[in-house]
Design a binder for this molecule. Structure first.
Ligand code: NDP
Length: 294
């Protein structure tokens, strides 16, 4: 099956690499040299416009936001100019439900199916082909999407209609952000109270306060002082904004999500658009005058 892939960013690149091993692949990226370099390395085709990438049976987008995807639809070189009736667009962007629904409507008018299919598992999970994929679509579209998503996904779940994948992904990332901020504050305080960070984590991880952040991210990236940059804080902030909007739209009081969003937005403003999602822990370290290492 011929696949078109748009968005060779931090996570899109390892996802597309799995697709390159499976069959014919056409790639497009806004910054064109990235697509040319990917095509040379993986023996696939790079094209100059979204229209050309969209002339495939299945088209996958993995951009920063739903607005970025919507921005590629129109114009003589846009996605709509290239998509054929009967094609399927899978949007692996961590998007927002309302924009995904609007995109789905526009595509449906052209006979093109759509699913929001955001992923979780980070760049390591993408490299391992072990992502969780949260799919919002009708049942028939999900059935068509699954075999394609299996190239990079391990758990592929149909979670509801179009927009449901985006909603679930946003709530997941609000939990992630909450745990990152809490880990920074709690561990900094424990270091100051005389508890060795590794001991603190070992005990937390054998106790009820543990999370993916305490079990994996802090031991691998903070204690070691390696701080790899794999997921931009700006994107996590975007996700928590989507989650906060979801609570408002569904009439659920959201003081916790709102506070997490305000704190992340402040960290983003201070650290900049290139900062990594764990950098708020470094900010807390600086403010507290401690290092969480060990
Ligand atoms: P990056 O910032 O590394 O890459 C973003 C990609 O989108 C690049 O290819 C960029 O092109 C492209 N892009 C951005 N804006 C536009 C635009 N207006 N028009 C066309 N192309 C655009 O992001 P990631 O790869 O990290 O993330 C992609 C998506 O996956 C996001 O929604 C993110 O929230 C989600 N995600 C990321 C994870 C991670 O660990 N990194 C984990 C799970 C989900 P260019 O190269 O020209 O900048």
């Amino acid at each position: 099956m011929h696949v078109g892939f748009l968005g060779l960013g931090a996570i899109g690149t390892p996802m597309a690499a799995h697709l390159a091993r499976r069959g014919p692949l056409t790639v497009w990226n806004r910054t064109a040299p990235r697509a040319a370099e990917f095509a040379a390395r993986h023996g696939v085709t790079a094209v100059a416009t979204p229209r050309e990438a969209a002339a495939a049976e299945v088209v996958i987008t993995c951009l920063g936001s739903s607005a970025d995807v919507a921005g590629l639809l129109d114009g003589p070189d846009g996605l709509l100019a290239g998509l054929r009736p009967g094609a399927l667009l899978l949007d692996c962007t961590s998007g927002d439900p309302a924009t995904s629904r609007r995109i789905a409507e526009r595509l449906a008018a052209r006979g093109v199916a759509f699913a929001d299919a955001p992923v979780s598992g980070g760049t390591n999970g993408a490299e391992a082909g072990a992502l969780t994929v949260m799919v919002g679509a009708d049942a028939a579209t999900f059935g068509r999407a699954r075999p394609v998503l299996e190239a990079f996904g391990r758990r592929i779940e149909h979670v509801g209609p179009v927009g449901a994948g985006d909603a679930l992904k946003a709530v997941n990332n609000a939990f992630l952000a909450l745990n990152i901020l809490a880990a920074g504050e709690g561990l900094a305080a424990l270091v100051k109270a005389g508890v060795a960070p590794r001991t603190a984590l070992e005990v937390l991880n054998a106790s009820s306060g543990r999370s993916f952040v305490s079990e994996v991210l802090v031991p691998e990236r903070v204690l070691t002082g390696t701080w790899p940059r794999t997921f931009r804080l700006a994107l996590l902030d975007k996700d928590v904004g989507i989650a906060t909007d979801l609570l408002a739209q569904t009439g659920v009081p959201g003081p916790v999500f709102e506070l997490v969003h305000a704190l992340l937005a402040a960290a983003r403003a201070e650290l900049g658009e290139a900062a990594d999602y764990l950098d708020p822990i470094r900010l807390t370290e600086r403010q507290a005058g401690v290092e969480i290492r060990g």
